[in-house]
Design a binder for this molecule. Structure first.
Ligand SMILES: Nc1ncnc2c1ncn2[C@@H]1O[C@H](COP(=O)(O)OP(=O)(O)O)[C@@H](O)[C@H]1O
Ligand SMILES: [Mg+2]
Length: 603
């Protein structure tokens, strides 16, 4: 029972409050309880005051008590609201800190690509953006408000025992029954179901398609305006339908609730009136008990409301993600003592019987993969989309470890190298390379380099004169500028070339030129090969016709090397390379000067 309770998101939520800020957490609870007790205290104080008036006693003390309680009732609410907002912000910040740490710290990237973790990650990432519910600093006040009411109602009922044992039971029972009667139909229970979340997500997406500038082009070209509007309205309608149905559902339970409440209140107030008329209850007590009986109704309005669902879901998600992400993003520990990565690779990089499958996938991407790359040479890896080229690059950077086999650099398993030291030997540009919203200089040398090295790298990548080194590469910043896809790729290449100038020994380029025209691509491949002659260079491409100047070309298919050799050797072999080369060269030849996009015959 206790274990089940501890598993509840609500339990986890309240557990996080003192961890986010102990002082504020304690103050929040203290004020919560105090505010909950005040209505009952006010009723008792009023009763005492009226009793004193009736008996002609001194009014000083009872008046003072009524005054103090009244003032507290007035001032505690705004103070509690301020504490709620503050605590809510701290809880949000605490969750974001934990999530950021959990995402950034693991040395691998498996935890960010694991389908088992995506749903929690979505909830945890977006909870405070106000898309799935109010942000935490607002939610805290809703939660506090409804708990105050609950405590207030229970406290009133408790004091009512002084009148008659049955009165609080009947009243509190009736008011509590409203929760039970309306539970199935309560709107707040419909707020956060999977179905509602999904409808909300679809509606939000359609809305963003309609209002976001990047979608505007395709929306018009494909004539999707009606489709978008229809999608938005149908999902919105679904949401409203559910709310309407929930409201309709309440009709019958509502009648039952009313009858029950009427009966309970008639019984208690009848009894009070009868006792007063019979002289068994003086005016002071009557005033107090009547107020307490009314105050008991707060039970119906308080409780654990939907705001708590919204606030508890991300807490539970983050607390689940933390322990799950660390192992999912972990890398194998070195088998022996960690070896130095200095000067690597000096002899060769060797994939030895490497087998790798992504987490939660039973189909290996690489299966018994064998390849040796002599240090200082250039190798082009070509293959169709999905052949496993990017996966190969990720393994080489140790973003994942293979399940079987090993990648060896100069005979040393990369798992026995310090990850950071090995990565600093690698200059890699991935297809989805990062576009820092930072000055050009920082985009070329994120970890710093002298300006002349940055400028030389830019020139080598054919990006000289694109912008000043201080220009932020994003509009929306003062003096910022927007680059085209091809220009960005040149910046990314310059980043790799700059790293080579700073001593990186392995250059890994994963389709870095897919957005350049074919001529530009061939030209830049040649430039890169010239600029990285002293390094080991791996060029990945799905265009067979632009990699001919690499020392060797490796054709990858279904996770294995099917052909390997120089351009001339592979042409002479009359195999897959030659077929694809001729097919693509013919098509490129016909439309050589146009943009490269149309050429992706394999895409
Ligand atoms: N993060 C991932 N999780 C699961 N499967 C993936 C992931 N990334 C790629 N894959 C799958 O692995 C295969 C190889 O992908 P990839 O290495 O990106 O191919 P390429 O770069 O040659 O186009 C594809 O079938 C792809 O669907
Ligand atoms: Mg790829």
């Amino acid at each position: 029972m206790l274990r089940r309770l501890r598993q509840r998101p609500e339990w986890k939520f309240f557990g996080v409050l003192p961890r986010a800020d102990r002082g504020l957490g304690v103050a929040w609870w203290a004020l919560l309880v105090l505010r909950g007790l005040l209505p009952a205290a006010f009723a008792v104080a009023m009763g005492a005051l009226v009793g004193a008036v009736q008996r002609g006693e001194s009014l000083g003390a009872p008046l003072a008590v009524v005054g103090v309680v009244f003032v507290l009732l007035q001032v505690l609410t705004p103070i509690h609201q301020a504490i709620s907002a503050n605590l809510g912000s701290r809880v949000a910040a605490w969750l974001y800190d934990r999530l950021t740490e959990a995402c950034v710290r693991p040395p691998g990237v498996g935890h960010l690509e694991d389908p088992k973790l995506t749903s929690d990650l979505t909830v945890a990432r977006e909870f405070d953006l106000g898309m799935t519910g109010p942000p935490m600093h607002i939610n805290m006040d809703f939660i506090a408000g409804s708990l105050v009411e609950m405590i207030g109602g229970l406290a009133s009922a408790l004091v009512l025992f002084a009148y008659a044992w049955w009165a609080p039971l009947v009243l509190a029972g009736a008011w509590l029954a409203t929760h039970w009667l309306l539970r199935e139909s309560a709107v707040w229970h419909d707020r956060n179901t999977d179905e509602v979340r999904e409808a909300q997500r679809h509606a939000d997406y359609a809305y963003r398609l309609a209002v976001d500038p990047p979608a505007a082009k395709e929306l018009r070209l494909f004539g999707l305006a009606d489709w978008t509007v229809e999608r938005f309205t149908s999902r919105r309608k679904l949401l409203f339908d559910r709310i309407y149905r929930a409201t309709r559902l309440r009709e019958k339970p509502l009648v039952w609730s009313l009858l029950l409440l009427a009966a309970a209140n008639v019984a208690v107030f009848w009894s009070l009136a009868d006792a007063a008329a019979g002289g068994r209850l003086d005016l002071g007590h009557l005033v107090a008990y009547a107020q307490l009986a009314v105050g008991t109704s707060m039970i119906a309005f308080g409780g654990l409301n939907w705001a708590l669902d919204g606030a508890a879901a991300p807490v539970a998600a983050v607390l689940r993600l933390e322990p799950a992400m660390a192992p999912a993003g972990a890398l194998a520990a070195p088998s022996q003592t960690v070896r130095s990565a200095r000067g690597l690779p000096a002899r060769e990089i060797r994939f030895r019987n490497v087998t790798f499958a992504y987490p939660q996938s039973d189909r290996p991407v690489l299966d018994g993969f064998e390849l040796t790359i002599p240090a200082g040479s250039s190798l082009a890896i070509v293959g169709q989309n999905g052949a496993g080229k990017t996966t190969l690059a990720k393994l080489l950077c140790r973003l994942y470890d293979p399940q079987r086999g090993a990648i060896e650099v100069d005979g040393v398993d990369v798992r026995d190298l310090d990850v950071g030291a090995w990565r600093s030997r690698v200059a890699a540009v991935f297809q989805d390379f990062i576009r820092f919203e930072l000055p050009l200089r920082d985009n070329v040398a994120p970890s710093g380099a002298p300006d002349d090295a940055v400028l030389a790298a830019l020139a080598e990548a054919g990006a000289a004169g694109l912008a000043a080194l201080d220009t932020p590469l994003a509009r929306g910043y003062e003096g910022g500028t927007e680059l085209s896809g091809g220009q960005w790729q040149r910046i990314a290449l310059a980043r790799a070339l700059c790293a080579v100038r700073r001593g990186a020994g392995l250059v890994l380029l994963d389709e870095p030129t897919a957005q350049l025209d074919v001529r530009g691509e061939a030209e830049i491949f040649d430039r890169i090969l010239a600029a990285t002659r002293q390094a080991t260079t791996i060029l990945i491409s799905h265009r067979f016709s632009t990699v001919r100047h690499a020392d060797r070309i490796c054709v990858l298919e279904h996770g294995r090397v099917i052909e390997l050799g120089t351009h001339d050797e592979l042409i002479a072999e009359r195999g897959r390379y030659r077929t694809m080369f001729e097919l693509q060269a013919k098509r490129f030849g016909a439309t050589e000067d146009e943009e490269g996009k149309a050429y992706d015959v394999l895409a």
